[in-house]
Design a protein around this ligand. Structure first.
Ligand code: ADP
Ligand code: ZN
Ligand code: ZN
Length: 736
């Protein structure tokens, strides 16, 4: 008799699938989980299909140990998209599927929604209880008495199990006999979160209305839209109307936002304005909350799912609209393991589902602008700020040969004073946390370096420590040079801590809020600092890019940007794009209500044409010029690139291995694939590992794709593979 065979995807770095015998009489369900033996371990895998035969000798095939689901946890819609992504990103399918599951499902937990448990005193008993006699003899002990009293108190209504649990930790043992004697009943039901809007929102401006109309008109068809709205133009308002329209048509809506924890204001606005079952998916949830919300989405109960990057991988059977806020944001790209881009994955799903995608940003990615030019995306501009707000005024401040106080020029300091004197609020932006990026010895010239990275340690003055911002290593802040013991140490450069200290010295009576990853580490600290900023209680704000994201500070009148030059000379081809986006995003925090905002940008390169274009003509003109340069250099979005990265415990191994990879890639399709490198990574050593990379560039997607397919099939045979850890990054967002 022939046994049935099944093909399973398992979380493993191997580019292959695994065959097992199917011992059960149950049907074989594609997308369901199974527990299988794998070496000495057991792994949770996903069933792909029934097989008629296997290449593996039958004697070596093993049995599926347990079938975990009778219906797919990954239904066809999401499963086929994930299969596509595995081929596109050249990442093993088993690992891709596993990363789409919440942790508890990955561990084999049943895919069951938590239900609400409610208890009720049965009516006959209630009458008897009021007469206070008959069942007296059957009730034993104080816990049972208290439980019955609580249930009787509810007058025939149900009481939540959590309330009974509050009476005694032994409540279950006590209530069991009552249930057995049919004095009480227990009901299980699904507790669907249900949000009711408390607010209706303003009348839309004409441009907003046009955008909403265009998006709503495209429901039920695949149509990407680029909602390009200057900061404060009311993009969120557009999202809210479209979400409501789609929900009313019975569709599920997926909303991707950069980092929910950083923008509590945004979440609050969604709950104030939306109706229906609203769930969130982000890193702030514990495993069971995450599982519950995932299942609410996957079973079609959730109307609106708001989440960060990985929410794009959640099954949604009624999906009818996808919104991506801040579509230019780097956090949409996963930077390790399965390195997908949530925007691109969302577009794929929308195409499969035939539904629209809205990409919203004040500073769209160059990819998206290019797709508008190619007429792939519909362009929806919002050029006016909502309400009475005017666009902020940007100006460059030449700081060459100017006196600087801790990196702040005299002219910026004067402007800060004037704004504070006129009851304004000021934000000083510097994209570096800590006190100073370098501790330098004046006698021997040595800098305090990280012992595991090619990087200086950052001075953190408040905590009296040196920290490496690349590997997290830290040690006490030395008082003498670690090389020559000299006491003549200098703290070079500036971080948020130092700027905040300098401003406190200059304006001792003004409250300061510092917002960066250090000052907001404790739970609730960010909310507290943001509240000070929003209320205007803190009139001086100092922060990193955490301050750039979507916040609305109604009283802010001046923004000072201290180190715009850094982005001009980045090593990465996207540095300039990121500098432009960050500058405009930070600038956009200013003047969002009645008073017009001013933005002063300190630079030692006031003649730089890109900086001038950005300041004088704005982001669109800046992007056009930068895109033309990309085209000349044959860089994305005009070419397709991938990085092969390798790391090893010595510098030699990763380079040697990548040389073998480069050789391997000479074989197929060579004339159109450009292989650059191998070269050490811009920061070669991080956390004690030496990193190198190989850049692949092609003018056709298919060339790149075919080369990578060839590579993944053959890479395991290279002799260098055992000494290195390697990965493939398709469409990398940065080259580190
Ligand atoms: P964005 O997301 O584009 O930065 P928001 O949606 O946060 O802009 O809107 C900026 C501010 O303008 C918010 O306070 C919002 O309530 C307000 N706003 C948006 N649309 C309108 C409108 N049509 N009329 C009046 N105020 C509006
Ligand atoms: Zn020294
Ligand atoms: Zn380090």
């Amino acid at each position: 008799m022939s046994k049935r065979l099944v093909q399973v995807a398992l979380p493993s770095p191997l580019y292959r699938l695994f065959d097992y015998f199917w011992p059960s009489a149950q049907p074989i369900v594609r997308g369901a989980r199974v527990l299988v033996p794998f070496g000495q371990r057991r792994l949770v895998g996903i069933v792909l299909q029934e097989l008629t035969e296997s290449d593996v000798p039958y004697a070596r095939l093993r049995n599926v140990a347990k079938v975990l689901d009778s219906v797919p946890v990954l239904p066809e819609e999401i499963l086929s998209a994930l299969c596509w992504a595995s081929r596109y990103y050249h990442h093993p399918l088993g690992d891709v599927l596993s990363s789409a599951l919440p942790t508890l499902l990955r561990k084999g937990r049943p895919a069951l929604l938590q239900e609400r448990e409610q208890w009720r005193l049965l009516p006959e008993v209630a009458i008897a209880a009021s007469e206070h006699d008959q069942h007296r003899a059957t009730v034993r002990g104080p816990v049972q008495t208290a439980l019955l009293a609580r249930l009787a108190n509810a007058n025939g209504e149900t009481v939540d199990a959590s309330e009974l649990a509050a009476i005694s930790t032994r409540w279950r043992a006590s209530i069991k006999p009552l249930l057995d004697r049919q004095l009480v009943s227990c009901e299980h039901s699904l507790a669907l979160p249900s949000n009711v809007a408390s607010d209706t929102g303003p009348q839309l401006l004409e441009e907003q209305q046009q955008a909403v109309d265009a998006i709503v008109a495209s429901l039920r068809s695949f149509q990407p839209h680029l909602l390009h709205g200057v900061t404060g133009s009311g993009k969120t308002e557009v999202y809210l109307r479209c979400i409501e329209a789609a929900r009313q048509q019975g569709m599920q809506v997926l909303v991707l936002v950069p980092e929910i924890s950083l923008t509590p204001q945004l979440m609050q606005r969604f709950t104030q304005r939306l109706n229906g079952c609203l769930v969130s998916l982000h890193s702030g949830l514990n495993d069971s909350e995450r599982l519950q919300n995932w299942l609410l989405a996957a079973n079609g109960y959730a109307d609106i799912v708001i989440g960060t990057r990985s929410a794009v991988l959640v099954p949604m059977p009624r999906l009818g609209l996808v919104l991506i806020d801040e579509e230019h944001d780097g956090s949409l790209k996963q930077q390790d393991g399965f390195r997908y881009h949530a925007r691109d994955f969302a577009l794929l799903r929308a195409r499969n589902r035939q539904c629209p995608v809205v990409l919203g940003s004040a500073t769209p990615s160059f990819e998206s602008l290019h797709n508008v030019t190619r007429k792939r995306y519909q362009y929806l501009p919002l050029n006016r700020r909502a309400g009475e707000a005017m666009p902020p005024e940007l100006a460059l401040l030449d700081i060459r040969r100017r006196p600087l106080t801790e990196g702040i020029s005299d002219r910026l300091m004067d402007a800060i004073r004037t704004h504070l004197d006129n009851d304004g609020q000021v934000l000083v932006f510097i994209n570096r946390r800590g006190f100073a990026p370098t501790l330098l010895c004046n006698d021997c010239g040595a800098a305090a370096d990280c012992r595991r990275c090619d990087a200086h340690m950052t001075v953190h003055a408040r905590s009296n420590r040196l920290r490496c911002h690349h590997c997290g290593a830290e040690r006490p802040l030395p008082v003498t040079c670690e090389q020559c013991s000299s006491e003549n140490l200098d703290r070079i450069g500036h971080g948020t801590e130092r700027i905040a200290a300098a401003l406190t010295a200059e304006f001792p009576d003004i409250a300061i809020a510092r917002i960066d990853r250090d000052s907001t580490r404790r739970k609730g600290a960010l909310e507290k600092q943001l509240a000070l900023a929003v209320s205007g209680e803190a009139r001086l704000l100092v922060g990193t890019q955490m301050l750039a994201k979507g916040h609305h500070f109604p009283k802010l009148t001046l923004v000072g940007i201290l180190d715009a030059d850094r982005g001009l000379f980045g090593t990465d081809f996207r540095s300039l794009e990121h500098m432009g986006q960050l500058t405009i995003q930070v600038a956009g925090r200013a003047g969002r209500e009645q008073r017009r905002g001013t933005v002063l940008i300190q630079t030692r390169n006031p003649d730089n044409p890109m900086l001038q274009t950005l300041v004088e003509e704005g982001y669109d003109a800046f992007a056009r010029i930068a895109l033309a340069d990309r085209q000349l250099a044959e860089l994305p979005p005009f070419a397709y690139v991938a990085l092969v990265r390798a790391e090893a415990s010595d510098a030699e191994s990763s380079i040697t291995f990548l040389r073998q990879v480069a050789e391997l890639l000479q074989q197929p399709d060579t004339e159109t694939l450009h292989v650059l490198g191998p070269a050490p990574a811009p920061m070669e050593r991080v956390a004690g590992r030496y990193r190198a990379q190989l850049l692949l560039q092609a003018d056709k997607r298919s060339t790149l794709n075919n080369s990578l397919s060839w590579l993944t099939v053959n890479i395991g045979d290279l002799s260098g593979v055992r000494r290195t850890r390697w990965s493939i990054d398709v469409d990398p967002v940065d080259l580190y």
